[in-house]
Design a protein around this ligand. Structure first.
Ligand SMILES: [Zn+2]
Ligand SMILES: [Zn+2]
Length: 140
């Protein structure tokens, strides 16, 4: 049924401070190629054990992984930015560019099977981290 495909993507939990920052949609756009990648699951601000993406207004993307609820991680990122912890890449970038926290968007990319942590997930993460904070679309 069509309703099943519509329940894929990142959704708001409808009750937390991070809901406003959720990047909705059932597709991920590859940070380098801009190619749409369909999402495989249903995620909310309350999802745990996820790989998530933070997107800023200048289209840079930051990919990381957390075992906590993604909204708790986002809240930590926001407070790092607010407290000007510029030794961290995200706050540094937001301050350098004069971005506002309300412009930050996040999206869950995929859920990690907790029992498989340490094998495949960390490897994928490492691969992804290599592409952190690189501008997209230099090729057109
Ligand atoms: Zn929420
Ligand atoms: Zn930016």
């Amino acid at each position: 049924m069509a309703s099943k495909t519509m329940r894929r993507g990142t959704f708001t939990c409808l009750g937390c401070l991070q809901c406003n920052n959720v990047l909705k949609g059932h597709q991920i756009f590859h940070p380098q190629t801009g190619k749409p990648i369909p999402m495989r699951g249903y995620y909310t601000c309350e999802s745990t054990h996820v790989v998530y993406l933070i997107k800023c207004p200048c289209r840079l993307a930051y990919v990381s992984e957390t075992t906590q609820m993604v909204r708790d991680r986002i809240s930590q990122h926001k407070s790092n930015i607010r407290c000007k912890r510029t030794y961290l890449p995200l706050p540094y970038h937001f301050h350098e560019k004069g971005h506002n926290i309300s412009q930050l968007r996040f999206q869950v990319l995929e859920q990690i099977d907790p029992s498989r942590r340490g094998e495949h997930s960390v490897k994928t993460l490492r691969k992804r981290e290599a592409s952190d904070f690189r501008t997209q679309g230099t090729q057109s």
